[in-house]
Design a protein. Structure first.
Length: 346
């Protein structure tokens, strides 16, 4: 199939491009590069062994988004393009509504006009908020707690309405738990701008000497060791699920909403220990006050992904830490420098 990958220069999108190419699909990346580097495209070429077609387009621009479909027919779209920082979404909710929701509407309009009727959409476990029980199933109550989460929920709903309205339009909403890790080549990985919002990139930056100490928010949660428990999933496992979802759309011609997690909860301290083991580096940390809005324990019931897509996570926490560390140690400043440069040389 020829696949349009919106947000394909980002962390999860770039890994998905690799898996799509490996399975013989033709990939066109559309990305505004608001949160990614053009170097990703060079790295993708190095991994895949062929150039990846790229269009620099901001989905907020309706005409530019429509133009993606003008000369090229796509069999399906995978839609990663979004802003994703919870704290920033509380400070700039309108920017999040505009970028994530308006951008998605323009994309759906472009697809509809060009008769492209298969979509795989990046949703998030954030739509569950603080769940009543774990593991979390797809039919758990949805209660978003911040503007970012609301954009994900609204986008799921818009896509659902479109599926109801057009029986030939099918979409898979994939609700990711906590993506971590990197491609085994060490050439692509997570490169957040500024202070990382997520735990793994923060640990990586402490390990590589870019930050002094890790701050762990809360040591008194009702969990195995008092720190928060999450469902970490290797980004390559996550990427594979997108390819499986496209196969499902082609085969079953049905829509679905599916959790992507391992089904296993891992505490912050367990992750820190596994990372120290994988990297051979000490991760100094302080346990500080809980953060407003955080929850004790969230992990997935991943059975539906297996039932519908035949997908199961394959990588364990040790592999996630090993691959995250390989990426960070080969690229101490992320995409700012060539692989192997010492930290701070930018
Ligand atoms: N990483 C996570 O922890 C996580 C968890 C759950 C869901 N998600 C979702 O998965 C998707 C991908 O996340 P990621 O971690 O790869 O993020 P990312 O920021 O690395 O990738 C997103 C990409 O989309 C691009 N983009 C953003 N707005 C755009 C626009 N208007 N037009 C064109 N391109 C645009 C960015 O430049 C970036 O390359 C996002 O939708 C995110 O909400 C991520």
């Amino acid at each position: 199939m020829r696949i349009l990958v919106c947000g394909g220069a980002g962390y999860i999108g770039s890994h998905t491009c690799v898996l799509l190419a490996e399975r013989g699909h033709e990939v066109v990346v559309a990305d505004s590069l608001v949160n990614s580097s053009p170097k990703v495209l060079e790295r993708l070429q190095a991994i895949i062994g062929a150039p990846v077609a790229f269009r620099q387009v901001d989905l907020r621009d309706r005409a530019a988004t429509a133009s993606l479909f003008q000369d090229t027919h796509f069999d399906a779209v995978v839609h990663f393009a979004a802003l994703k920082a919870v704290g920033e979404s509380c400070e700039r909710p309108l920017d999040y509504f505009d970028n994530n929701i308006a951008g998605t509407i323009h994309l759906l309009q472009g697809m509809k006009a060009a008769n492209v009727r298969r979509l795989v959409f990046s949703s998030s476990a954030t739509v569950y908020g603080d769940p009543d029980s774990v593991p979390v199933r797809e039919d758990a109550p949805l209660r978003v707690t911040n503007p970012y989460g609301r954009t994900k929920l609204v986008m799921e709903q818009l896509i659902g309405d479109l599926c109801d309205n057009d029986p030939a339009f099918h979409a898979i909403n994939l609700r990711y738990f906590n993506p971590v890790g990197a491609h085994a080549s060490g050439l692509i990985g997570e490169d957040p701008g500024g202070i990382p919002n997520n735990l793994m990139p923060y640990i990586c930056q402490v390990a590589v000497g870019r930050r002094e100490r890790l701050r762990i928010f809360g040591g008194d949660w009702p969990t195995v060791d008092g720190t928060g428990v999450r469902d970490y999933i290797h980004v390559v496992d996550l990427a594979r699920a997108h390819v499986d979802a496209l196969d499902y759309l082609l085969r079953a011609e049905r829509s679905a909403t599916i959790n992507l997690g391992t089904g296993r909860g891992v505490s912050v301290l367990e992750l820190v220990r596994a990372f120290a083991e994988a990297s051979g580096r000490e991760i100094p940390y302080d346990i500080v006050e809980r953060r407003a809005g955080d929850v004790a324990e969230v992990y997935a019931e991943p059975g539906l992904a297996h039932a519908l897509l035949g997908w199961r996570a394959q990588f364990d926490v040790d592999a996630m830490c090993r691959d995250a560390w390989r990426w960070q140690s080969m690229n101490p400043d992320g995409y700012a420098l060539e692989p192997g440069a010492p930290p701070g040389a930018a």
